[in-house]
Design a protein around this ligand. Structure first.
Ligand SMILES: [Zn+2]
Ligand SMILES: [Zn+2]
Length: 367
């Protein structure tokens, strides 16, 4: 008997996504759920992959391969020249629960849920410490929508079915009055923007914030929206892109050309020049968080300037599941409005074209 199939969106190569018949996942254990995505958002990293910018292309990949010890080169991120198609695409979604295993108690068939893009068990030491991006129960970097980057493929969310291996630990119910398209990006980019300012603003209540925008396009804008919602005295935004600037201003940010001495700075530029601007604009005792991914083997960092200022520098992958509930609560209360960052809402079927849109944030929806 052949395995059941479904329609799923496949990344073929930069600039090309295609609907294909792919194998449909099934429940594999009592703690699992199957969900049907209703709204999917394009992650900033998806946009980079579609533009052919991410990661480790050409000389940079060659450089890395020749310098990594085999035991690292053989596993994880470098193993299969990542982001070479075909692989099942998409990892930010709100979905409807289709089926649950016998041990699942937190969600039921028919519930609408945010699906965190990182796989986490909720029970290991890492998950217990809130490090849901580094769960011990699955291979490192286990995520939807990136092929077998982490060593095992979890499928993509632009599909009719997605398997959730730890349903109670991962899925978060969406309140009835919150639209699926509004919270489609909460499983990744919205929380990523939020975390750049939430902890620093808790440390420096009401402080002024600088966001340097760029290729982490929507994450930088969610950082702006979160800073405004969390009561920052002023949110300044430094960018050269007209579309992103327009959204930032609409969210309440002030566009700036030069910047210095902010207690809280955010680098969402994914560009060494932007990184340097954010670091050097941080005030003594302040915190600079960098969310853009730097694929170059060596990234210039103004360490002498940072030393002179005396600051805390934060980087690393978002812990999407751990911070999801507090962000969803803000959206449900109406204080954080992720939909203001969305520049295009398209029909599900149009995903192959809509995902190539140049704007900061695309969401596709279906009934
Ligand atoms: Zn992502
Ligand atoms: Zn875990």
């Amino acid at each position: 008997m052949s395995a059941p199939t479904m329609r799923g969106l496949v990344f073929e190569r930069p600039g090309e996504l295609r609907w294909r018949d792919v194998e449909a996942p099934e429940l594999q254990g009592p703690a699992e759920a199957l969900v049907r995505p209703l709204a999917v958002a394009r992650c900033d990293l998806d946009a980079g992959i579609l533009r052919g910018e991410a990661p480790f292309r050409g000389r940079a990949l060659h450089w890395l391969r020749n310098r990594l010890p085999d035991r690292i080169g053989q596993q994880g991120i470098f193993r299969n020249a990542p982001f070479r198609g075909p692989f099942a695409f998409g990892h930010e979604c709100v979905a409807e629960v289709l089926a649950v295993g016998s041990a699942v108690t937190g969600v039921a068939v028919g519930d609408r849920v945010v699906v965190p893009f990182q796989i986490s068990c909720g029970a290991c030491a890492a998950c217990g410490a809130g490090l849901t991006s580094s769960c011990d129960a699955v291979p490192p970097r286990s995520m939807y929508g990136f092929g077998d980057l982490g060593g095992r493929s979890w499928g993509g969310v632009l599909a009719d079915r997605v398997r959730v291996p730890f349903a109670d630990a991962m899925l978060v119910k969406v309140p009835d009055h919150v639209g699926s398209e509004v919270v489609a990006s909460l499983g990744d980019n919205v929380v990523d923007g939020y975390r750049t300012v939430a902890a620093p603003l808790a440390k420096h209540p009401g402080a002024a914030v600088l966001v340097v925008g760029g290729l982490a396009a929507s994450v930088g804008l969610y950082a702006v929206a979160s800073a405004v919602a969390l009561g920052a005295a002023r949110v300044d935004y430094l960018d050269i892109d007209a579309a992103r600037l327009e959204v930032a201003v609409r969210l309440g940010a002030n566009p700036v050309r030069t910047a210095r001495a902010y207690p809280i700075t955010v680098d969402a530029s994914a560009h060494p020049g932007g990184l340097a601007k954010a670091v050097l604009a941080t005030a003594p005792g302040g915190t600079c968080t960098s969310v853009g991914i730097y694929y170059t083997p060596r990234t210039p960092f103004p360490l002498l300037g940072a030393y002179g200022i005396g600051l805390t520098f934060v980087t690393g992958r978002v812990r999407s599941r751990a911070m999801l509930p507090e962000v969803l609560a803000m959206v449900a209360a109406g204080t954080l409005r992720p939909e203001e960052v969305t520049t295009r809402v398209a029909d599900w079927e149009d995903a192959p074209r809509a995902f190539l849109d140049a704007g900061p944030k695309v969401v596709v929806v279906r009934d």
